[in-house]
Design a protein around this ligand. Structure first.
Ligand code: SF4
Length: 297
């Protein structure tokens, strides 16, 4: 019989974390709406389940596995529902964070994702890769009260949970689009900026064409962030919502070479052009060996 270790002794499994959250939820649920601030501050931050280190060293799959429903509800109950909502000020797209968290705490995940989608078309992506610790979570009253940003309400993990819940349950719907205005907008670049712009402009009823220089859409999300951090299928899924809204996507088209930008406006009838071409070159650390095979930046 092999004596090889197959799990890491210090790693806490998904099952273990879920069981712990389930017990906590049973105690908290009856008093969910009447918990005091002190009681909420005493709820432990929920740990993100992850692949066992011994397993993950042999694959490139996503490391973080995402909260379970029990964990998400317990984590959401840590939120104080601050009237002034400093977390919203820290969010670049001003998601109604306390409202989506309150819906999550109540187990109303459909309302939670609907609230997020009022402002963001990329919740599964942003929940995974936004630097929440320098944005919404940095401002969170819970983190400030506990004098540790790592103990703030885990807003990003909750966003990821409800986005994944919606997708995995086949409940995704494209946002409503207003009646056609007859105006045309070109969006150059299909990274996060281009996608956000395309979605917002399309919602207003304008015709949108998104031009991508490379052969896949997603920009930095596809070409810059590795699979173990942000799976490509998550990006593809969120971009598919744009197509469902009626955004036309053109790949292998370099605006400025394939067609001059001014031709788009003067000859092709575009009323406006948004350029979101991104920062195409990586920043290297300039240390010996960083270009060797097997070294990931
Ligand atoms: S600042 Fe933190 S505790 Fe307050 S509403 Fe936002 S997430 Fe909740």
């Amino acid at each position: 019989m092999s004596s090889e270790t197959t799990t890491s002794p210090r790693h806490r499994s998904l099952e273990e974390l879920t069981a712990e959250a389930r017990n906590l939820l049973a105690k908290l649920e009856p008093r969910r709406t009447s918990l005091t601030a002190k009681e909420r501050l005493a709820i432990p931050p929920q740990e993100m389940p992850s692949q066992d280190p011994i397993t993950r060293r042999g694959n490139m799959n996503e490391v973080a596995l995402g909260y379970t429903a029990e964990q998400a509800r317990v984590e959401a109950m840590r939120c104080l529902g601050c009237r002034n909502a400093p977390c919203v000020r820290g969010c670049p797209v001003r998601i109604r964070i306390p409202d989506f968290i309150a819906a999550t705490a109540a187990g109303d995940f459909a309302s939670a994702i609907r609230i997020i989608k009022e402002n963001s078309l990329l919740p599964a992506v942003c929940g995974r890769v936004c630097p929440q610790e320098t944005q919404c979570q940095k401002e969170c009253t819970v983190g400030r009260s506990l004098k540790n940003v790592d103990k703030a309400v885990m807003i990003g993990r909750l966003e990821r949970f409800v986005a994944d819940w919606e997708r995995e349950n086949g409940l995704q719907k494209p946002p409503a689009v207003k009646p056609e205005t007859g105006r045309k907008v070109a969006v150059v670049g299909s990274g996060p900026a281009g996608i956000t712009c395309a979605a917002d402009v399309r919602r207003e009823g304008h015709a949108v064409t998104m031009f991508e220089a490379l052969h896949k859409t997603g920009g930095v999300m596809v070409y810059g962030i590795p699979e173990f951090r942000l799976p490509k299928k998550i990006v593809e899924n969120e971009i598919s919502i744009l197509s469902a809204m009626g955004v036309k996507i053109v790949t292998d088209f370099v605006v400025g070479r394939t067609r001059p930008l001014m031709d788009l406006m003067k000859k092709d009838g575009y009323n406006a052009v948004f350029v979101g071409s991104g920062a195409g070159l990586p920043k290297f650390m300039e240390i010996e060996g960083e270009n060797l095979v097997g070294v990931f930046s």
